[in-house]
Design a protein around this ligand. Structure first.
Ligand SMILES: Nc1ncnc2c1ncn2[C@@H]1O[C@H](COP(=O)(O)OP(=O)(O)OP(=O)(O)O)[C@@H](O)[C@H]1O
Ligand SMILES: [Mg+2]
Length: 438
């Protein structure tokens, strides 16, 4: 077995073995029919976006034809989407990921036909790079799940386009973009503590909804770039291309091809291919650390002992007196000490090595919501800012340099050596996506 990683913009899919993949979605249907021949909803003359009504209906395996004829989704023609995004012009571009580009477009709210830029409803159009089977499979999985799952913390899929080799997805537009951009993009306004907590709660609720659905869903790609924000910083999960049906009966996991993003993927999942909801809980813990520290899950630009966020941060999470050392300097010390310590404690549980001991997402939601109570939110600053970090811009309360946390024992590998897979040990990779093993 060998592993290779194909470069792309920001995430890494890791694959060690495909033989045991129990995928219920996509695999059967992909080979069964040509998407462009499937009945298209584009002939409908009138179509409205379904309103938010929680829906927990979930897929039993469906054929591609069944998936694409979902009554909740509009089938767009390529020409329509081209027209609604000004020919996919660069000034309509709002983002790029490993699988494609995201453009801003405008459509009529009632008919969902292209409208003049600036009028009607704004949408985000993801145009997949033409890349064959894997891209198509993920596209179809996304259509399958988001065509059926509706919740205020999941991004709304309005429709799709399957036209020749073109595969596109049309989503509600999320005006504040991704959490990743807010936390890490140079020049971005710092997020306050209150907003960070709000985002964490929204994202946790999205995961909790998936995990507690009658037919459980494992999200598998929880990370800052997949958390999108509306104008009020309500968080919604996007990118369901890697989502997987959870185990049934007494089973605790499903065996799958290992896919996900370096730095976020749970070590036991990478090592064994056994996927459970607790892998999502681990990834959630990593995002909590990103929110606390303002550091990326994996950062190759840092000294090797600091590249992997989990390894770097773990020793600081338990101790109230040491936590301030790793807090995001962009908070300017404006956070409640007690609340930060509590979030650190939750993160520590989520990134626990023993997956069974990690909390359920519903518990995480409950604990995080408690932190919005005044008890934990007594007026900031609660910290000794004299010893905090200065590595980022601190607009309102300039501070002196934070000593870099002391060198940690352990390697820079994204995974603890004891549980690391051959695919992962000793290879601190940037958070970039796509890998396969043959
Ligand atoms: N519905 C949306 N509304 C507004 N912006 C969006 C929307 N969907 C995506 N974006 C923007 O486009 C960017 C790229 O998204 P995309 O999902 O393609 O890639 P990614 O999440 O960054 O990486 P990956 O390919 O690993 O998922 C996002 O980070 C976000 O800024
Ligand atoms: Mg994404």
């Amino acid at each position: 077995m060998h592993v290779y990683f194909a470069h792309c913009a920001c995430t890494c899919l890791i694959s060690i073995d495909d033989t045991s993949d129990q995928s219920k979605v996509g695999s059967k249907s992909i080979s069964s029919s040509n998407p462009s021949t499937v009945k298209s909803g584009s002939t409908r003359s009138s179509w409205t976006v379904p309103s938010y009504k929680e829906s927990r209906e979930l897929p039993t395996p469906r054929t591609e034809g069944e998936i694409l004829s979902s009554p909740n989704l509009k089938a767009f023609s390529f020409g329509d989407l081209k027209a609604s995004s000004k020919n996919f012009r660069s000034d309509s571009l709002i983002g790029e990921g490993g699988f494609g580009y995201v453009f801003k477009g405008w459509i009529d709210e009632q008919t969902l036909t292209p409208s003049k830029p600036g009028s009607g409803m704004v949408v985000a159009i993801k145009k997949l790079k033409p890349e064959g089977f894997q891209g198509h499979k993920e596209w179809l999985t996304e259509v399958d799940y988001l065509g059926q799952l509706h919740h205020e913390n999941l991004v709304k899929l309005i429709g799709y386009c399957s036209d020749g080799d073109n595969r596109l997805l049309v989503y509600e537009f999320m005006p504040k973009g991704s959490l990743e951009n807010h936390l890490f993009r140079r020049g971005a306004d710092p997020l306050s503590w209150g907003i960070r907590l709000k985002v964490a709660i929204g994202a946790a609720k999205g995961l909790s909804f998936l995990h507690d659905a009658e037919n459980q869903v494992i999200y598998r790609d929880f990370k800052a770039s997949n958390i999108l924000l509306d104008s009020e910083f309500n968080a919604k999960l996007s990118d369901f291309g890697l989502a997987k049906a959870g185990p049934t009966g007494d089973r605790t996991h499903v065996s799958t091809q290992v896919m996900g993003t370096r730095g976020y993927a749970a070590p036991e999942y990478i090592a064994t291919g056994r996927l459970s909801v607790k892998a999502d809980v681990y990834s959630f813990g990593v995002v909590l650390l990103e929110l606390l520290t303002g550091r990326r899950a994996l950062d190759k630009s840092k000294p090797s002992s600091e590249q992997n966020l989990v390894e770097w941060a773990r020793p600081y999470l338990r101790d109230k007196r040491r936590l301030y050392r790793i807090m995001d300097s962009k908070l300017g010390g404006q956070y409640p000490k007690k609340g930060a310590h509590a979030v650190a404690g939750i993160a520590l549980q989520c990134i626990g090595i023993n997956s069974k001991e990690r909390p359920a997402m519903s518990e995480v939601v409950e604990k995080l919501e408690q932190l919005q109570d005044s008890k934990y939110n007594v007026a900031a600053p609660q910290v000794d800012t004299r010893r905090s970090s200065s590595s980022g811009s601190v607009p309102r309360s300039p501070m002196k340099a934070q000593p870099s946390p002391r060198r940690l024992s352990g390697s820079a590998s994204p995974l603890p050596a004891a549980v690391g897979s051959p695919a992962a040990v000793g290879s601190p990779l940037p958070a970039c996506r796509t890998a396969q093993v043959h």
